[in-house]
Write a protein that binds this ligand. Structure first.
Ligand code: ADP
Ligand code: MG
Length: 378
């Protein structure tokens, strides 16, 4: 846990005033990978890992921001241009501020101190946690009510325009709408969602501790391939392609596009089935769907990597494991595992011994506690 009293103390020592503190969580996606930007279904949950933005309003247009996580600080003006040559991590902060102002929410400057226990660059969406906590902070300090889907969309725009990743809405959505003990079944087209209790299901997250450089370029490439495949079917997106469409026209579609489309079409079906399984408490069915998701991401969408596959294979060999899959965009990051509670300790021990033996890398392992979405800490 982040020590909030300590964060407050450090803020006061640095800026000589007392802060307000806004929190936004990281997230894990239980199932429904690479479906969000295809107008499909996802099932994320907010984590009890979160990013905290301690902050105070200034009377000018300066923003002083520091991050304890990266041990960096930076200062800029709200009037600086969007393409300024800023350090990468500050672009999220500047991006959120510029997008808020552009959306009709004038801002004053701020002093900000960030702390976080969301693992960075591991597919648990530290970027969305940063965007949403900073968005809440700027809005809150300036007396603007920017909440719900509007807040999520501002975070997503910052990700697109300032981080250069054309991500879907899932990460920011989960950071905003998270609910303790619940997964969020989101229709990324209508943006309607339902919170589904996870009940007895207990998940464990394993971090491979690798992130291959191709993650971002391949992500944007997959998006284009999905658009191309949807165009082939004459549909607005792959959400509108059925398994029957795939069967009838598979011979005419180039193999690569067929594989990409098949992942998205079958993954959407798996999410719907997984929600049904969760509701009826059928955890072994849920686990099988997780396994199917991983295999499809590995073989058809081709966004897994050696370390993710090894982590999943080790997990699947262990007693009490109902399902294991990569989670997040791929090419590294984390796996998520549905493990019967009685086997948790053995599972963790075995991953800690077998993964380094096969890869030479020490993993990190987190128990997945499902928490609430963004809020001001009082
Ligand atoms: P992920 O969202 O999977 O963790 P990303 O590559 O999308 O990985 O986002 C990570 C980037 O977000 C970091 O490299 C950094 O620029 C920024 N970031 C995230 N959390 C923080 C933080 N606590 N302090 C400063 N920058 C952060
Ligand atoms: Mg991210």
């Amino acid at each position: 846990m982040i020590d909030l009293a300590n964060l407050e103390k450090k803020f006061t020592a640095r800026y000589n005033t007392r802060p307000r503190i806004f929190r936004a969580p990281g997230r894990v996606n239980l199932i429904g990978e690479h479906t969000d930007y295809n107008d499909g279904f996802v099932l994320p949950a907010a984590l009890d890992f979160a990013t905290y933005a301690a902050c105070a309003l200034r009377e000018d247009r300066r923003v002083r921001v520091a991050t304890l996580t990266l041990d960096r600080e930076f200062e800029f003006s709200l009037d600086d241009p969007p393409d300024a040559d800023f350090p990468a991590w500050t672009k999220y902060v500047q991006g959120i501020a510029l997008i808020l102002e552009r959306s009709g929410y004038p801002l004053k400057g701020a002093d900000i101190l960030i702390d976080s226990n969301v693992p960075i660059g591991s597919g648990l969406s530290s970027s969305a946690a940063l965007e949403v906590s900073i968005g809440s902070a700027f809005a809150g300090l300036n007396g603007h009510k920017v909440v719900g889907m509007e807040l999520a969309k501002i975070g997503q725009s910052a990700e697109h325009e300032f981080a250069g990743v054309r991500s879907g809405i899932m990460d920011q959505f989960a950071a905003v709408f998270g609910k303790a003990g619940h997964a969020l079944f989101l229709d990324c087209r209508s943006l309607e969602y339902e919170a589904v209790p996870v009940g007895e299901a207990k998940f464990i997250i394993c971090n491979t501790k690798v992130k291959h450089d191709l993650a971002e370029s391949e992500y944007n490439k997959r998006r284009s391939q999905c658009e191309e495949a949807a165009a082939f079917f004459g549909r607005p997106s792959l959400r509108d392609v059925s398994p029957a469409d795939l069967d009838t026209r598979s011979a005419d579609l180039p193999t690569l596009l067929l594989k990409r489309a098949r992942h998205v079409v079958t993954e959407n079906e798996r999410v719907v089935a997984a929600v049904k399984a969760l509701r009826s408490g059928d955890l072994s069915a849920f686990g099988n769907l997780m396994n199917g998701s991983h295999n499809s991401l590995r073989d058809d969408f081709e966004v897994s990597c050696r370390e993710l596959d090894i982590m999943v294979e080790i997990a699947r060999r262990q007693p009490g494991v109902l399902g294991a899959r990569m989670t997040g965009g791929g090419f590294g990051g984390c796996t998520i595992n549905l493990v019967e509670a009685a086997h948790h300790k053995d599972f963790v021990d075995r991953i800690f011994s077998e993964y380094p033996a096969e890869t030479g890398i020490e993993p990190e392992i987190y128990r997945c506690e499902i928490a609430d979405g963004a809020e001001e800490i009082v």
